[in-house]
Design a protein around this ligand. Sequence first.
Ligand code: ZN
Length: 336
Amino acid sequence: MTPYEVARFKGLKAAQEQHQHLGTLMQDRVAIFDVIEDARIWLFFKPLRNLYGAYERQGDAAGIMVNSQHPLNLQRFTAAHEYGHHVLGHLVSADNEDHIYRDGNQKLQEVAAQAFAGEFMMPIQLVNYSLSTIGVSGQHSKLIPEQIYQLALQLGVSYSAVLTQLVTQKKVSKEMAHRYRRMSPLGIKTSIGGKKPEYSWANVWLFDGSQGGRKIAPQEDDEIHVALQETPSTGYIWELVDSAPHVLELISDAFEEDVDGRVGQSGQRHFSFRVRSPGTGRIRLEMRRPWQTEGQMAMEFEITLEALKFPTGELEEGITVDQRKSIINDYRTIGV
Ligand SMILES: [Zn+2]
């Protein structure tokens, strides 16, 4: 093995051992900030200009810094990279984009941390599980950019990070990844939502009838689209039973006829929502005839959501809310 391969192998192995040690369930996105806090590492968010993140260890204390001006999914991946430096026993690192994302950089410490981050956030069991929840199964199905984007949302990492890991896991060829990487996320989001999202940076989630039962963790301003088959002439229509009004705002509810359909023929009922505030709730839809009562529904669709707070709460920078609380508790305990 070349030194490069040895470094990559070290990073991969350390990430797999971490998951074993943590007993990760491999069904939900990896809660990287919680992992860092549980390891008693200080986690700071600060504007860092062109740096993505940094790690430093001094004696017993270790700290991770993440750029507060980046999107949450990018911050999560950066945090995983910095946590990799910690697990791998490195002393210090200041990381720009090359360290976090570019393949083939020469510093072996960075190669190892990069491999750690990919494997820690996207272990194969979690990738396979997440693919099955978005309706992709089997080893040989060819993934399209819209599916890769939805996978990235489910895993809570960037589109680019997922592409890199899918190449490592041989689910996407290098050539394909190169082509997909040049597609703009805004273009993919527009294709998913049917039009440009109101906020270009917001994520766009899409669900069809096969994806009932999913649990998702969107962020403020994200759009959630649910498109379900409906044939109005049968009298059965989808009714919105719960729309988590304290978390979501309903932005549209429209019937879109199939392109070749005649009036009253089948099409899709398309509901779209925007995340307005952090919190938990569900979107529940039931298909029934309007004159029929509860219990007589023909079909149902439900997803549960936990809309995420920013890790620093109301503040734009600083340590995380949890660590702020723990400092206050410590002070109370020692009676200051
Ligand atoms: Zn690094």
